[in-house]
Design a protein around this ligand. Structure first.
Ligand code: SF4
Ligand code: FES
Length: 258
């Protein structure tokens, strides 16, 4: 079967470096196969730029399978583009129309400074994870880990929250540039497991304090984060995290070491 092809007009954010001024630059993407992914479409544009002696568009990617969290651009105002529950590397060109005009921008948040073009520095999310620290529960090898009984509901809840790939789309989509959905997913997936109990309160307090110190905004229940999340982390995770915070704060009141 021959793939259909489409022509697109792209307006892409180009910025030579963190301190350089940026602007939208127009490109024509011609003969794009609808079987291609969005990133493959950018690869085609980049091949043309390289052949013409121009600097290719810089964008982040790694697995291109929706599992690593490296990719992420805003397409026509939507983080990861128009397809729900889909990373931009798994977004296929069949979802676009021939002749469509696309505006492609990096994540926009003060905590995610632009490195170059569509690449931003998301290491602030790593700082939040680092603040969570390690777990002291001995889990042993695979066999030993399987010996720790985990209820089905808790296992499912932990797994759903562990699906967060740390892409940062939630931060980019939130008008407050809040990382609450990301942090909630990370806190939730350990808080419901037996292995996560020894440091449960300390982890919650530390991750949330670090998130605030880094300058992420607060949550005002707008819901844009969950709407763009490619892993469908729900707003309920933020509610659970708030309950974790209350529990940890009360416990800290009794135990100053937390
Ligand atoms: S919560 Fe969703 S949008 Fe936010 S970092 Fe995790 S996977 Fe990405
Ligand atoms: S490149 Fe890995 S999730 Fe998109």
């Amino acid at each position: 079967m021959t793939a259909a092809t489409i022509n697109l007009t792209l307006h892409v954010w180009r910025q030579a470096g963190p301190r350089a001024p940026g602007s939208m630059v127009r490109y024509e993407a011609k003969g794009i196969s609808t079987h291609m992914s969005f990133l493959e479409m950018l690869d085609v544009v980049n091949e043309g730029l390289i052949h013409g002696g121009h600097e290719p568009i810089a964008f982040d990617h790694d697995c291109r399978e929706g599992i690593c969290g490296m990719c992420g651009v805003v397409v026509n105002g939507i983080a990861h583009g128009p397809q729900a529950a889909t990373t931009v590397c798994q977004l296929h060109m069949r979802h676009f129309k021939d002749g469509q005009v696309l505006y492609i921008e990096p994540w926009r948040a003060g905590t995610f400074p632009v490195i170059k073009d569509l690449i931003v520095d998301r290491s602030a999310l790593d700082r939040i994870i680092e603040a969570g620290g390690y777990i002291t529960a001995p889990t042993g090898g695979a066999q030993d880990a399987n010996a720790i009984l985990v209820g089905k509901d808790a296992a499912d809840l932990a797994f759903d929250n562990a699906a967060c790939i740390g892409c940062g789309a939630c931060v980019a989509a939130c008008p407050n540039a809040s990382a609450m959905l990301f942090t909630a997913a990370k806190i939730s997936h350990l808080a419901v497991l037996p292995q996560g109990q020894p440091e449960r309160e300390r982890r919650t307090l530390s991750m949330l304090a670090t998130q605030d110190e880094l300058g992420f905004g607060g949550c005002t229940n707008i819901g844009e984060c969950a709407a763009v999340c490619p892993k469908q982390i729900p707003m309920e995770s933020i509610a659970r995290m708030n309950r974790e915070l209350l529990r940890a704060s009360l416990k800290r009141g009794r135990n100053k070491k937390l």
